[in-house]
Structure formats: C-alpha cells, structure tokens
Design a protein around this ligand. Structure first.
Ligand SMILES: [Cu+2]
Length: 286
C-alpha cells in the first residue's frame, strides 16, 4: 500500500470515527504586490505558507473535531494581529515576532482568519483567509471574495487614511484572481459530474456585498455564519456580506458549462473593463 493511499485512509478514519487529529500549520505575514488582471500592481499583504510572498492566503482544511496547531510569523515591519472569527482567537504579533495558536474546531463551517488591527485596514490590504472545517470527504471548492481600489491600497499602505463611506472598488477577485484567470485556479473552478455532491466554501473578506449567481443549477445553503436560519434554502443567487462565510452545496442534474458570477454588473469588471471581474464557469461532465 502506498503512503499516499494509507494517508488518505487514515484521514478518512480520523475524520469519521470521532477520533480527532491535530493539524500543524505555519503562516507567515509577508508584504508584496498584488498583480491585477490588467497588470496593475498594488501594495498587498498576505498570510503565506512560507516567508515568500504570494497573492493568495492559504486555505486551511480541517475535519470536524480536529485541533489546529498554528504558528503565525510576522515578517513585516509593523504590528499585525491574528484573529479567527467565530472562535476565541485574537492575538497581537510584534514585527519579527511569532505566536502559537491552538484551537479545536468542534463544528463544521467556514471561518475567516485575518488581521483585525485598525479594521478594516489590514484585512482590506489582503490579510484574510479561510479555515474550512468539514464533516464529509466530498469535493470542495474555495472562494475568497474580495475587491479593491488600487489608489486606496497605495494610500493605506503608505500610512494615509481613507473615508470608507466613499469606497469605490475597481477590481473584483476570487482567490486574488479575476476573470479569465479564475478558471485556471483548480481550487476555485467548480468541476464535477452529474450527481456529484459538490461544496463551494465561500468567505467574503472584502468590504462590499457580493451576490453570487449560478446559471444552470440551484444550490442549497449548508452553512451560513450570518444567517444560520437560512440553512437548507435552495436558490440560485446568494448575497454574501463583508466578513460573512457560507457553504453552498450543488448536486448537478445535467452536464454543461454555465456562468457563476457576481450579480452586480460593476463586480464583473476590472478597472471598468468587462468581463474582467468576479466571473467563473462551472463545468459538469456527463
Ligand atoms: Cu447571472
């Protein structure tokens, strides 16, 4: 038996017989530049798997009952914070310092980890990702929804202030990419076959509401951080508010390629060019 198969079986057993595991992970706060769909560069800060900057914040996957052992390193020159929403984690990290976080996740769902210092400044500048806690081993896709205005990134990064009530974002991203690049992200692009049970794990870490519209299929809300009473609702459009998370389950009844996009037309643009925004397609094979 190969090690990979053995590891998969162990993960399955650990996830489903009540024996919980420990997932050990490190995150590095690193500043760099966000490359937008039209090759514009904006100052950006993210959590990374190692001290090298990437545009995307890692997705941390757990099974229900798992304990997360997490080291967070601040390689930046200013203070940052580390918060996991909806669980009791909130820590300050001095420049060059690191913190250890241990947290058990007793229920399934999508949890945002982010830097809440001077909120929304550092969350807006990129420091926000997803922790997904599952109670199944079915296929999952992951969307970290966000938007930004390049001028504001420059202003905030250089110590300036902005008036959040005048927020006018120009770029709209899923996992830090815009159309047509979203479909190249295998974590983001929803693919499967007729009858599969697919899960879309969504967090809105931006400052605008994003209303996700599915063509071709309806989805069922399986988790909602903001409106637990909406669990079980079947629809084709899902408004997701800033810092809200949601799990949508789709069981495709036909094959084809259909758009999935933000229903707000402005959010399907990139610096006013259509359709360079929050637009993807779901691809279902027979
Ligand atoms: Cu639509």
């Amino acid at each position: 038996m190969s090690k990979i198969i053995l590891a998969s079986i162990l993960t399955f057993i650990v996830g489903f017989n009540g024996m919980s595991g420990t997932v050990t992970k490190s995150l590095y706060i690193v500043s760099g530049s966000l490359l937008s769909v039209d090759n514009n560069l904006s100052p950006y800060i993210t959590f990374n798997d190692n001290p090298v900057f990437t545009q995307e914040n890692p997705i941390i996957n757990l099974y229900i009952g798992d304990t997360l052992d997490l080291w967070v390193y601040n390689t930046d020159l200013v203070d940052h914070g580390f918060v996991i929403n909806d669980v009791n984690v909130s820590i300050n990290i001095a420049p060059g310092d690191s913190v250890f976080v241990q947290q058990e996740f007793a229920s399934s769902g999508v949890f945002i980890y982010h830097d809440s210092q001077e909120y929304p400044k550092y969350t807006y500048l990129g420091l926000a990702g997803l922790i997904v806690v599952k109670d199944h081993s079915q296929p999952c896709f992951y969307w970290n929804l966000k938007e930004h205005n390049a001028d504001w990134n420059n202003q905030l990064f250089n110590g300036g202030t902005v008036n959040w009530s005048d927020y006018d974002p120009k770029y709209f991203t899923i996992n830090a990419r815009s159309n047509p690049n979203i479909n190249m992200d295998t974590l983001a692009r929803i693919t499967g076959s007729i009858g599969d049970t697919l899960h879309l794990q969504i967090a809105n870490t931006g400052q605008g509401v994003h209303s996700i519209h599915f063509h071709g299929y309806h989805g069922v809300i399986k988790y909602s951080s903001k409106n637990p009473s909406h669990i079980g609702r079947e629809k084709d459009t899902f408004p997701i508010y800033p810092m809200e998370t949601m799990t949508i389950q789709i069981i495709p009844d036909k094959s084809g390629e259909y758009p999935v996009h933000d229903h707000n037309l402005a959010a399907v643009t990139g610096n006013n060019i259509y359709p360079n925004g929050m637009f993807s397609t779901i691809l279902i094979t027979p």
